[in-house]
Design a protein around this ligand. Structure first.
Ligand code: DQA
Length: 149
């Protein structure tokens, strides 16, 4: 029964609503809707539920993280540019007792220097980047596996 399935929250940060049109040479042709569809299919295979949410607003993302307590077993987050400077997002993830994985479509370490630092990475279980949409699948698999332990 669905009510017995574990739920995972997928948070997409700023500008990820533009996927499919935005810098396609870096982020690919897949739209956010298509990416979320693939994640739902992957979740079904793993026997879990994913709920996906995108916001361009830091406050919305903070509210979603706070609201995840008691409702989700894990969080997958692509904080977009917030990765590089949002202490508020970092504090929110550190403040809730929910395992989380940071994902990026691109390899942030192979890009501009300002992207090399993530303020999120130290407060999550792990980070996966550079594999395009596969980064999200890998994060989901890792998180489900981590929560099974
Ligand atoms: C990104 C990488 C960030 O540096 C950038 O600001 C994004 C997307 C990625 O998925 O590769 O918006 O998080």
């Amino acid at each position: 029964m669905d009510s017995e399935k574990r739920s995972f929250l997928v948070l997409h940060g700023p500008n990820l609503n533009l996927l499919g049109n935005r810098e396609v040479e870096i982020y690919g042709n897949l739209s956010l809707e298509e990416l979320n569809g693939l994640l739902h299919t992957e979740a079904e295979k793993l026997g879990v539920i994913v709920e996906c949410y995108q916001s361009n607003s830091e406050g919305d993302l903070l509210d979603r993280i706070h609201g995840a307590v008691g409702n989700y077993q894990g969080i997958i987050i692509n904080p977009g540019a917030f990765s590089h400077y949002s202490i508020a997002l970092r504090d929110a993830l550190a403040g809730v007792d929910i395992p989380a994985v940071e994902v990026h479509l691109s390899n942030i370490y192979a890009r501009e220097e300002f992207r090399h630092r993530s303020v999120i990475a130290p407060v999550v279980q792990g980070q996966i980047c550079g594999f395009g949409p596969l980064s999200y699948y890998l994060a989901l698999r890792a998180l489900v596996n981590y929560c099974d332990r």
